[in-house]
Design a protein around this ligand. Structure first.
Ligand SMILES: Nc1nc2c(ncn2[C@@H]2O[C@H](COP(=O)(O)OP(=O)(O)OP(=O)(O)O)[C@@H](O)[C@H]2O)c(=O)[nH]1
Ligand SMILES: [Mg+2]
Length: 359
């Protein structure tokens, strides 16, 4: 199995050489940009791109391919996908293609950003702000990735709703059905009560779903904290008074469709009835960008304090967090990363969110 290397000024040229010498069914094993000195003139030197390939005749029935070669083929497949993806993206945008000619480093960064789930116009904007398309940035192209990350991190605002203060903290978790409100409350209680040794009380205003109160009560019993139901403003005030000695009160709310305006009004009347209650919006990162945005806008009537992005383990396109932060500016307080209570939750930090998105 002879592997040959082809070097050329452009990917297209190198691909042409592969096909010319090894046939149209040649297997491309890897493509890379050569580590040449990056002066303006150096971009015109021969051998900027290198493709490793082998002749198509070595392609065989995969059952006869040794396991190490299968891994090799997997890597090759993903490399081909990258090229296909890149060609597709370049085909869609002429200014982008011109931009990449000015700064080939952007060719590595751009698909990574798109794959992370950040939408194309934002990716373009981040690259632009990072100077990816500026002629005079060519010589500094090595730092492009870091500069782009810096631009992304500027969009991410963070907050800690449970930072220690003089007064009591009352937090209501709101959001669409099944996003993880009750589970997240259990994770938060475990951290606040068991780790931070703060006193915590729970209130459930979920009177819609059968068993909702029991779910919260079960967590409350395991974690050893009091839990009250509240079905009206009067109930809620009563429960808040009963818990007025606690450092933190967490309120679990009923999941609801963000298109159900009647229930949205009811919820606003309840959690908006007491100015001490801060509402935090939970959104599942596994939902579509447009649904996420509609949910954020409709729940926005509740005078929200922060985003909690859930189910980041269920998607690889976690860049939706950046998209949403762009669309409706609000700080992020927590990220949940799985079903395990209490482990799967992270306090939001810029670096933590960036590494989650680009890991
Ligand atoms: N994969 C994953 N699942 C999660 C996460 N958080 C919660 N879940 C799961 O999502 C499902 C719904 O969680 P709940 O906490 O009941 O969601 P909810 O928002 O309270 O639901 P409703 O009260 O019915 O609106 C459960 O199976 C949880 O285990 C997460 O971060 N990742
Ligand atoms: Mg619930």
């Amino acid at each position: 199995m002879e592997v040959r290397r082809f070097q050329a000024d452009t990917i297209q040229e190198a691909t042409y050489m592969v096909k010319r010498d090894l046939g149209s069914d040649a297997l491309i094993l890897s493509t890379r940009k050569l580590d040449v000195e990056k002066g303006a003139s150096a971009y015109r030197t021969k051998g900027l791109f290198e493709i490793s390939a082998m002749a198509g005749e070595t392609r065989r029935d995969s059952t006869r391919v040794p396991p190490q070669d299968l891994a090799f083929f997997d890597a090759l497949k993903s490399e081909l996908m990258n090229i296909k993806e890149m060609l597709f993206l370049l085909g869609r945008s002429r200014p982008l293609a011109e931009g990449f000619a000015a700064n080939p480093e952007a060719m590595d960064v751009y698909p990574k950003m798109i794959r992370s789930g950040i939408s194309e116009p934002y990716v373009h904007a981040f690259l632009k702000k990072a100077g990816a398309f500026d002629e005079d940035m060519r010589s500094d192209s090595n730092g492009l990735h870091e500069r782009v990350l810096k631009e992304v991190s500027k969009v991410i605002d963070i907050t800690d709703p449970f930072a220690r203060t003089e007064g009591q903290i009352v937090a209501a978790l709101v959001g669409p059905t099944g996003v993880g409100k009750t589970t997240t409350i259990a994770k938060l209680v475990a951290d606040l009560s068991l780790k931070q040794k703060r006193t915590v009380g729970l209130i459930s205003i979920d009177n819609y779903r059968i068993g909702a109160m029991e779910q919260l009560k079960t967590y409350a019993a395991i974690l050893g904290v009091p839990c009250f139901p509240a079905f009206s403003c009067a109930d809620l005030q009563f429960a808040l008074r009963r818990l007025n000695e606690k450092d933190v009160i967490l309120i679990d709310t009923a999941g609801q469709s963000h298109y159900d305006m009647e229930r949205m009004k009811e919820m606003a009347a309840l959690v908006g009835s007491d100015r001490s209650i801060k509402s935090h919006l939970l959104l599942s990162t596994a939902t579509s960008a447009s649904e996420m945005d509609s949910a954020a806008r409709n729940f926005g009537r509740l005078n929200l304090s922060s985003y909690i992005f859930t189910k980041t383990d269920e998607t690889r396109a976690r860049g939706v967090i950046v998209n949403q932060s762009f669309k409706l500016k609000m700080p992020i307080s927590f990220i949940t990363t799985g079903q395990r209570v209490p482990e799967d939750i992270l306090k939001a930090t810029r670096t933590g969110i960036l590494s989650l998105i680009f890991q």
